[in-house]
Design a protein around this ligand. Structure first.
Ligand code: SF4
Ligand code: SF4
Ligand code: SF4
Length: 266
């Protein structure tokens, strides 16, 4: 994104970081950049970021990052307003991108479940979870739960320099094997690494925790998904066990859509 020229020379790009309903982990991932984050502020103005300030919302931002999911109508109105007042909108993290943990409820009878949780469930707003790219037009997506903050930095600098930005486009298995981790799938565990979008340095596998595709899935031939399901079934897992892991971060709908698409092509 070219910087704007004003009477004093170059004007810094105006950035906003908004949080809808979320755990704020992706915003904290940005702050965890420490000195790199402060270095960035030499080139941009952070005009909205409630973790570090409480300024009044402005009428325009060059780039807005949106973390969290619009789980309430109020969130949805805010999201639509963000789109109106921003030149570029970037999805920040799995809650916004693929529904994240919020989306688990879409796969169940969420109206009924709400009544187990809340005493006066009829008065609690309990809507179907909508992914941000389905609610508004978005320009870029930074995946992950939480995001890889380096992706955030790279995207900001690409936009400032007007250069293309691309995401790592290999499965989690790629980095897992570079890191010489033992394969948990071969040990019979439910690991979605072969179909999951990598770029996280296989951080879960490095701690011997299976991958449940928090960055979403690769755009890939559905045969890979079919093969993975076959392998898991050969280890004795049933469909419900496998679906449970797929829905944990909201990837299940995309996996099922890819399978349906493949079915149609037969
Ligand atoms: S994507 Fe994960 S880390 Fe980021 S806000 Fe949502 S739950 Fe938190
Ligand atoms: S443990 Fe998971 S991510 Fe690693 S190689 Fe095996 S299937 Fe792939
Ligand atoms: S290993 Fe899988 S679940 Fe863990 S951070 Fe990477 S993509 Fe997400």
């Amino acid at each position: 994104m070219p910087k704007k020229n004003d009477s004093n020379g170059w004007k810094k790009t105006s950035i906003a970081i908004f949080g809808l309903t979320s755990c704020e982990g992706c915003q904290f991932a940005i702050l965890d950049l420490h000195e790199k984050f402060f270095e960035l502020t030499k080139y941009i103005d952070i005009d909205e970021f409630r973790l570090i300030e409480d300024e009044k919302e402005r009428s325009h931002y060059d780039i807005s990052f949106v973390e969290g999911n619009p789980v309430t109508m109020e969130n949805l109105h805010i999201l639509k307003r963000i789109r109106k007042i921003s030149d570029i909108v970037v999805v920040l993290g799995g809650c916004a991108d693929i529904g994240g943990v919020w989306e688990i409820k879409n796969y169940h009878d969420y109206k009924k479940i709400g009544c187990y949780v809340y005493d006066k469930c009829k008065t609690i707003e309990n809507r179907e979870v909508v992914e941000v790219p389905k609610a508004i037009k978005v320009d870029y997506i930074i995946p992950g739960c939480p995001i890889n903050a380096q992706n955030f930095l790279d995207l900001v600098f690409s936009l400032l320099n007007g250069t293309p930005w691309t995401l790592f486009d290999n499965p989690v298995c790629y980095e897992c094997q570079i890191n010489k981790n033992p394969c948990l799938l071969q040990q019979g565990k439910i690991c979605l690494g072969p179909i999951a979008l990598g770029g996280c340095n296989a951080v879960c596998l490095n701690s011997r925790q299976e991958c449940w595709a928090c960055r979403g899935i690769l755009s890939q031939p559905a045969e890979k998904i079919v093969n993975l399901i076959k392998i898991l079934k050969s280890h004795g897992w049933n469909k419900a066990d496998i679906l449970e892991k797929m829905e944990f971060f909201g990837a299940r709908d995309r996996i099922e859509a890819a399978l349906k698409e493949a079915e149609k092509k037969k």
